[in-house]
Each structure stands twice: as C-alpha cells, then as structure tokens.
Write a protein that binds this ligand. Structure first.
Ligand code: NAG
Length: 426
C-alpha cells in the first residue's frame, strides 16, 4: 500500500516536471514563447506572486502579454530591448486606438535570468499584483508583437509602433503550477520552456473550427439566403418559396448563434463587445420576423395589398439584414482579420449581394410602376380596363346617380322619368 503511494507520488512528480508550466507559442513562425508559473502556495491561498516569461527573437521590436479579453482593456506587460544587453519591462494600460500608456505597478518586476543575448530577448517577470486572476482556473490573455528594429530604450515610456498581429487565448492556470515561490522558471525548467507545443491553453482565436463554422454559416445566412429569399417576393411573387427559404435561413441562423455563443463563452468574449452584443440583438429582433411574415401573408391574401404589417415586415427585415451584414464585418475585425483577405472577400461578396438586391428592388418597383401606368392608360381614353368599366357601370347605373338632377343629361330628361320609375320599382 505504502509502496503504491510512493509510486503514485513519484509518477505525479514526473508529470509535474514534464508539464509544469502553461505555455503558448505565437509570432510569425511560432518563435515567440510565453510561459506562466503559479507557485503552489499562491494557488492554494488564491493570492501571491505569479510568474511570466516572454521570450522572443530579437528580430522583434517588441512583444507584449496582457491580461484581458482584448488589447483595449488589457493590463499589458510590454517588453523591448534596453540597448545594454537586457530588456525593459513597461507595464501599460490598453487604450482604444491609441498606444497603451505606461502605468506604474511597483509590484511587477523583472527578475534574474532576464536578458537580451544570443539573438533573443527574455523577460522573466514577477507579478505581485495579479490578484484578479483566477490562479487555479481559466483566464483570458492577449499577446501582441511587432517585428522591426530594436527599441533600445531603458525608459518605460518608449514610443512603439502598432502591433503586426495579436492573439487572444485562454490559459488554464491550474496547469501552470511551479513548486516554490523562490525560484521561478529555474534552469531545470528550461527544457520544458523551450518545448514547441502549447500547454494549458484552453482555447485560442486561431484555427477554431467552431469560429470558422460560425463565420461561414452566418455569412451564408445574412449575405446569401436572407437577401436572396427577400428577392423571391418582389421578383417572382412566390410567397411559399420566400417563406421556405427564409425559414431555412432562420434555422441555420440559430445554429450559427449556438456556435458563436459556444465560442464566445470559451474565449470569455460573450456579451463583452460590440460583435456579440449587436449579434444577439439582431437575432432576437429577427425572431419576430416569421410572425410578421405570416400576418402579412394573411392580410395580403385577404386584401390583395400590402398593409401596415406588411410594410413593417419588409422594412424591419431589410434593416436587420443590413445590421447583420455590418455585424459580420465587426466579427472579422474581432477575429483579428481586419484588412486581411477574409475582410476583402467578405466585403466583395456582401457588396455584390447588396447591389444585386438593390437592382432587383428597383426592377420590381419599375415593374409595378409600369403595370400601374398600363392600368391607368387602359382606364383612360382608348381601352377601358375591365375594372374601370365596372366602376363606370356602377356609377352610371346606380339609382342615386340619376336621382341627382345634376347628373341627368338634357337629352335624357324625358327618358329619365321612365328610368327612375323602373329604378324606384326595384
Ligand atoms: C536584467 O535585469 C534584471 C532586473 O534588473 C536583472 O535581474 C538581470 O540580472 C539582468 N540581466 C542581465 C543579463 O544583466
């Protein structure tokens, strides 16, 4: 029994040694390495020091790690060369669209082992104020970097150029356990730190099949089926085709929503920025659209004209469709694809569909106008339309018409007496 215990703890120790620190690879060829270390005391008590390591080739001008869901709100650890064989650590607060600004965090410091040598910059960071992290659970992080010349600045306020790229990912700090708080990332851990695979990373914004499926489905729905299905009405006048295609899109949309919610919860993005918020609003508002469509159809079948509910159905749908397409763009931006080939293809497809949609609306409006023009021409001098004939007949032969003396033609005055007599008899 005791032997088993010892064996188990040796096995446990072995696992600890080989998989001690959460690690994440990023950069142009996964040549930037980030590592996390949480001392056991800190993990059990829920507070204490957390260790980070940022290790990148010196072909990068700077690299950064941040706590948070996006660069705008992240608490950033920025690292660049100091020009004297070491690195500068600058703690900064993420900002919207401007360079993150330096904030003093006295409990965050570089420790021994940090250096800029042998073609790499290595920052070993002790964070004494990372208390808001869940030290035994999952936390969102961002990483960003920029290739280029060394900054070579010892001050924490160096100007840096915009990032080349960034990653958003979730780290499971229960997979970052290090033994003691005295010697983080000891040389014994180096082999593990240099390992090429990620460890303790729950999800990343990179190559997520869930996110990809969400994007493809939502694009198909909002850029493809919804506008095409909307066209089926004015162009072909087939309400059944229209409702079938929109219902199909509606079902696909909810599949896309489920995927999006799953992904955004994995990455702790759910409801936290514009894309997920606007997306939820659009799909919730769209859930009324089938009901409006049904009411519109009932009204139209009865009156052969578009009533108030019909106009609401049409414009409500158009507005939400456009919001959906815009939200797709925001989604690509969130995925870090801004300016990339995805955005270009998306914009091209979306604007082609939009223009096709506009053209067909104009065509169908023209068709309606032509029909109306034809009708009024018919009801004019040459060929009275059946409708206008009926109307004239009704007016002319309605008893009240002849009862009004002003309507009686002079030549009929004599004959009229008989007519009225006949009418009166009815
Ligand atoms: C770099 O700076 C840190 C913090 O001051 C220090 O602990 C470390 O020894 C330095 N590294 C070198 C190579 O001088």
């Amino acid at each position: 029994m005791r032997a088993l215990h010892i064996l188990a703890s040796i096995a446990g120790l072995a696992i600890d040694l080989t998989s001690a620190q959460a690690s994440f690879r990023a950069g142009q060829s996964r040549d930037i390495r980030f590592n996390w270390g949480v001392p056991e005391e800190a993990a059990t008590s829920g507070s204490g020091n957390v260790y980070l390591q940022l290790d990148a080739p010196d072909t990068y001008s700077w690299v950064a790690l941040g706590i948070g869901e996006n660069m705008m709100t992240a608490k950033i650890f920025l690292v660049y060369q100091d020009g004297e064989g070491n690195v500068t650590l600058s703690t900064r607060q993420g900002q919207n669209h401007i360079m993150p600004t330096y904030v003093d965090r006295p409990k965050v410091e570089l420790i021994s082992g940090s250096r800029a040598a042998d073609g790499r910059m290595v920052a070993k960071v002790r964070c004494g104020d990372c208390q808001d992290l869940d030290l035994t659970g999952q936390n969102s992080w961002v990483a960003a970097w920029s290739a280029g010349d060394a900054v070579n600045d010892k001050s924490t306020g160096a100007l840096i150029k915009h990032h080349d790229d960034k990653r958003i990912f979730t780290v499971d700090l229960s997979k970052a356990s290090i033994g003691s708080d005295t010697d983080s990332f000891s040389e014994a851990d180096q082999a593990n730190l240099a390992s090429d695979s990620d460890y303790g990373i729950v999800s990343t914004d990179e190559f997520s099949p869930i996110r990809l499926a969400h994007g493809i489905i939502m694009t198909t729905v909002f850029v493809g089926i919804y506008p095409l299905g909307a066209l089926l009405m004015p162009v072909f006048n087939k309400w059944f085709l229209h409702s079938a295609s929109q219902l199909l899109a509606y079902i696909l949309m909810w599949v896309g929503v489920a995927l999006g919610v799953t992904y955004s919860r994995q990455t702790s993005l759910f409801g936290k920025q514009t894309h997920t918020r606007l997306g939820l609003i659009v799909v919730i508002l769209l859930s009324f659209q089938p009901v409006l469509g049904y009411l519109h159809h009932r009204y139209f079948s009865k009156h052969q004209s578009i009533g108030l509910v019909g106009h609401i159905h049409i414009w409500y749908g158009r507005a939400l469709m456009i919001l959906g397409v815009v939200n797709g763009g925001l989604g690509l931006q969130l995925a870090g694809q801004a300016g990339g080939s995805w955005v270009i293809s998306y914009s091209v497809i979306a604007s082609t569909c939009f223009i096709a949609y506009l053209i067909s609306i104009i065509m169908s409006l023209n068709k309606q106008k032509r029909r109306r023009a034809e009708n009024s021409r018919h009801s004019g001098q040459r060929w009275p339309s059946p409708d206008s004939l009926l109307q004239t007949a009704e007016e002319t032969y309605h008893p009240s018409y002849y009862q009004d003396p002003r309507n009686i033609p002079m030549k009929d005055l004599t004959r009229n007496r008989d007519n009225t007599a006949v009418d009166d008899g009815k």
